[in-house]
Design a protein around this ligand. Structure first.
Ligand code: NAD
Length: 484
C-alpha cells in the first residue's frame, strides 16, 4: 500500500485457498476517501474468475457440509477471537478504504466478530424434527441441510461487518461461499478471508473475487446451476436487478436493501435521550448506513427544544480524516456520493427548508461534508423520498400522531423506524403501526447479532442474525417412513 503498511492484506483474488492474479492480469485502484489518493491496486476479476471461484466453492461444498458441527463452531469461534486480537489492523484498514473514524472502525470489528461468535453457537443447534403422520401410517423425519454454494455480494459502507453477517451463518450451516466485495472496499474483505484461513477454514470454503465489473462477473455465476443461494446487501435498484436474474434459476435469494428510516419524537419523549439517539442514528458511519435516520418527525410542542439541542450536538462534531485523533465524522465514500448530497440539500432549500448548520462543501482534498440540519422540510422534496446516505438531518414537525405515522409509512422502504416516547401504550401502538422490519424504541442503535436484522416492503427479503439468520442457508427435507 502506498501510504501505510497494514500487515496481511492480499491484493489478489482468493480462489481455492490461493491468492492469484485475475484472468488477463487486470487490476483496479482502491482510493482513500480522506485524500482522494490511490491506496493500492487490487486484482480485477474477469467473468472466468467468477466461474473459477464457483468451481472451487462447489468442489469444497460436500467436504465442508460433512465437517462435524462442533468443528465448524470451533473454527467460527476462532475467527471471532482472531478478529478481536487483530482489531487494530482491521480498524486501520477499514478507515483507510472507507473513511470513518478509527473508533467507529473498531466498533465495526467488534460488531462483525459478534456474528462469528453467534453463529458458532448456532452451528451446533441445527435441528430437525420427527412426528407421526396424521393417519399413523408413516413417520415423518424432517432434516435441515445446507443449501449449497452461495454468492455473497456486499456494499462498501461496512466492509467487515456485512460480509461477516453473511459468511458466518453460511459457514455455520455448512455452505461454501464466493464473496464479491464492493469495488470501493475490497481490502478488508480480502484480509477477513485470509483470517478465516488462519482460523482453520479449509481451502475453497471461502473465495473472494473483487471486480470492477460486478454485473459481468456475477451474471454467469447466477446463471450456473451449481450456485444455490444468492445473498445481496446493497441498493434497492441493484437488488431488483439481481432478483430478476435469480428468478431464471429460481435461486434462493436474500436481499438487504436500502432504507428511509423515520425518526419520531413524541411530545412525551425524554428529549435529551432522543437527541442522543438521533445523533447516533444520523451520524454513525457518517450517515452512510441503511439504518440511518432519514426523516425526523418531531411533535410541535417539543420541536424547539429538540432542534436546538440536536443542532448544538451536530455543530460540535469534528470532521476530518478517520485516522486523525478526535475525528467524529470522516469523509463520504466518493465525490459522486457527495454530489448527490449537495443536490438533495439544494432541492430541499428550493422547497423552503432552512439550513440551521452545515450545508457547505469544505475546500480541500477528500470527500468531506459537514453535519447538516434542515428544518421546515417539505414532505414533497427528494430528501424525504430518497435515501440520504450522509450526515444531513431533514426535520419536519407534527401535531397529529396518526398523520405522522401515515407520513412515516409513506415510502417504498421499510427497514427500520425510530420512536421516542415515554408512554408504553403509545410505544406498542406505534411499533405495531410503523411499516418496517425493525423499530428502535427509545434507542438509536439497533444492530445486534442476536436479533433478526432485515426489512419489509422494498427494503428486502429475509433476515440476517438472530435465530432465523442461519435458516437462510438451510433447506428442509423430509423423509416419509412407511409404517405398515
Ligand atoms: P450498490 O447496490 O451500488 O452495490 C452493492 C454491491 O453490489 C457492490 O458490491 C456492487 O459492486 C454490487 N453490484 C452493483 N451492481 C451490480 C450488478 N448489476 N450485479 C451484481 N452486483 C452489482 O450499493 P452501494 O452503493 O455499494 O451500497 C449502498 C446501498 O446499500 C444503500 O442503498 C444501503 O441502504 C444499502 N445497504 C443495505 C443494508 C441492509 O442491511 N439493508 C446494509 C448496508 C447497505
Amino acid at each position: 500500500m502506498k501510504n501505510v503498511d497494514v500487515p496481511g492484506v492480499p491484493r489478489g483474488l482468493l480462489v481455492g485457498g490461493a491468492e492469484r492474479d485475475a484472468d488477463g492480469g487486470a487490476t483496479f485502484e482502491v482510493v482513500d476517501p480522506a485524500t482522494g489518493g490511490v491506496l493500492c491496486e487490487v486484482a480485477d476479476a474477469a467473468p472466468r474468475d467468477g466461474l473459477a471461484a464457483l468451481d472451487s466453492a462447489a468442489a469444497a461444498g460436500p467436504g465442508w457440509a460433512c465437517v462435524p458441527p462442533r468443528r465448524r463452531a470451533e473454527i467460527l469461534r476462532r475467527v471471532h477471537d482472531l478478529l478481536l486480537e487483530r482489531s487494530e489492523e482491521f480498524a486501520l484498514l477499514i478507515t483507510l478504504e472507507m473513511g470513518k473514524s478509527l473508533d467507529e472502525s473498531r466498533a465495526e470489528v467488534a460488531y462483525g466478530a459478534q456474528f462469528f461468535r453467534w453463529f458458532a453457537e448456532e452451528a451446533v443447534r441445527i435441528d430437525g424434527h420427527w412426528k407421526v403422520s396424521e393417519d399413523g401410517s408413516a413417520r415423518v423425519l424432517v432434516m435441515r441441510r445446507p443449501v449449497g454454494p452461495a454468492l455473497l455480494i456486499t456494499p462498501w459502507n461496512l466492509p467487515l461487518a456485512l460480509p461477516a453477517r453473511k459468511i458466518a451463518p453460511a459457514l455455520a450451516a455448512g455452505c461454501t461461499v464466493v464473496v464479491k466485495p464492493a469495488e470501493q472496499t475490497p481490502l478488508t474483505t480480502l484480509k477477513l478471508a485470509a483470517l478465516l484461513a488462519d482460523a482453520g477454514t479449509p481451502a475453497g470454503v471461502v473465495n473472494v473475487i473483487p471486480t470492477s465489473r460486478p454485473a459481468a462477473v456475477t451474471g454467469p455465476m447466477i446463471r450456473d446451476d451449481r450456485l444455490r443461494k444468492l445473498s445481496f446487501t446493497g441498493s434497492t435498484e441493484v437488488g431488483r436487478t439481481l432478483l430478476a436474474a435469480a428468478s431464471n434459476q429460481v435461486l434462493r435469494t436474500s436481499l438487504e436493501l436500502g432504507g428511509n428510516a423515520p425518526f419520531l419524537v413524541c411530545h412525551d419523549a425524554d428529549i435529551d435521550a432522543a437527541v442522543c439517539g438521533a445523533i447516533v442514528a444520523k451520524t454513525r458511519n457518517i450517515g452512510q448506513a441503511c439504518v440511518a435516520a432519514n426523516r425526523f418527525y418531531v411533535h410541535a410542542e417539543v420541536a424547539d427544544e429538540f432542534v436546538t439541542k440536536f443542532t448544538e450536538r451536530m455543530e460540535g462534531l469534528r470532521v476530518g480524516p478517520g485516522t486523525a485523533p478526535g475525528t467524529d465524522l470522516g469523509p463520504l465514500i466518493d465525490d459522486q456520493q457527495r454530489a448527490r448530497l449537495v443536490a438533495l440539500v439544494d432541492d430541499a432549500v428550493l422547497h423552503g427548508a432552512e439550513v440551521l448548520t452545515g450545508g457547505t462543501v469544505p475546500a480541500g482534498p477528500g470527500f468531506f461534508y459537514p453535519p447538516t440540519v434542515l428544518t421546515g422540510v417539505s414532505p414533497d422534496c427528494a430528501i424525504t423520498r430518497e435515501e440520504i446516505f450522509g450526515p444531513v438531518a431533514a426535520i419536519q414537525t407534527f401535531t397529529d400522531e396518526a398523520e405522522a405515522v401515515r407520513e412515516a409509512n409513506h415510502t417504498e422502504y421499510g427497514l427500520v423506524s425510530y420512536l421516542y416516547t415515554r408512554d408504553l401504550t403509545r410505544a406498542v401502538r406505534l411499533s405495531e403501526q410503523l411499516e418496517s422490519g425493525m423499530v428502535g424504541l427509545n434507542r438509536g442503535l439497533i444492530s445486534d447479532a442476536s436479533a433478526p436484522f432485515g426489512g419489509i416492503k422494498q427494503s428486502g427479503l429475509g433476515r440476517e442474525g438472530g435465530n432465523s439468520g442461519i435458516s437462510e442457508y438451510l433447506e428442509e427435507k423430509y423423509v416419509a417412513i412407511d409404517m405398515p
